[in-house]
Design a binder for this molecule. Structure first.
Ligand SMILES: CC(C)(COP(=O)(O)OP(=O)(O)OC[C@H]1O[C@@H](n2cnc3c(N)ncnc32)[C@H](O)[C@@H]1OP(=O)(O)O)[C@@H](O)C(=O)NCCC(=O)NCCS
Length: 178
């Protein structure tokens, strides 16, 4: 298993993992229409190709977990303000959870944000009721801060996101080099 910065050769793998991960995560709490809309918007070829090539402080690009060359996990983030990082996306192939792959991807994103972008804190939004994601972030030292409107609600939808925060300064877990 290796964690690498993604390139154009990983685009299809990222799409497959994120779409499968999104379905597995949100099919109990969100409608089919909502899930299809989000997947179409974020995990299409054109968008993901641009997101592995055009990177900057605000979007540091995708990291992928490769097992024998196959993408089994994908994640990325960027800065949302001075000194403040954000995890924008983190998904695994649904049958590859609880092996420590999410930890390694989060560590890679965090290392980039601390070392390249000067982050000393980090944020993530998680869908309310996401019992696959929330315990993971809590295990990583994130604490709930507030609720906000979920992303891209259409008429009649009222999905809620939870904002989680952790301080990176002196976060021992992240200082262990892998
Ligand atoms: C969230 C996710 C990326 C975590 O990756 P993972 O590889 O399964 O997690 P790890 O094996 O690295 O687990 C790390 C820690 O979190 C804990 N943890 C992870 N998921 C948990 C769960 N559902 N319940 C309780 N604890 C959990 C582990 O026990 C472990 O704790 P430890 O460090 O004290 O041993 C992965 O489960 C996933 O893809 N979930 C669905 C998608 C999702 O919710 N993404 C986040 C949306 S923003």
């Amino acid at each position: 298993m290796e964690i690498v910065k993604a390139g154009p050769q990983h685009v299809q793998g990222i799409i497959d993992v994120c779409a499968a991960g999104y379905w597995a995560t949100y099919s109990e709490t969100h409608s089919k229409e909502y899930i299809e809309r989000v997947i179409d918007e974020f995990y299409n070829r054109e968008r993901v190709l641009s997101e592995v090539t055009d990177t900057n402080r605000n979007w540091g690009g995708y990291f992928v977990a490769l097992d024998g060359g196959e993408v089994v996990g994908a994640g990325g983030g960027g800065m949302n303000g001075e000194g403040s990082g954000e995890v924008f996306v983190l998904y695994l192939k649904p049958d590859r959870r609880n092996e420590g792959i999410g930890t390694r991807l989060l560590d890679a994103i965090t290392k980039q944000q601390k070392e390249e972008f000067g982050a000393h804190e980090q944020w993530v939004s998680v869908g309310k009721g996401n019992q696959k994601g929330i315990p993971f972030y809590e295990a990583k030292g994130f604490a709930f801060q507030q609720e906000q409107q979920g992303y891209g609600n259409s008429k009649g939808e009222n999905y809620i996101s939870l904002r989680y925060y952790r301080n990176l300064a002196g976060n021992k877990k992240e200082e262990v080099a892998r």
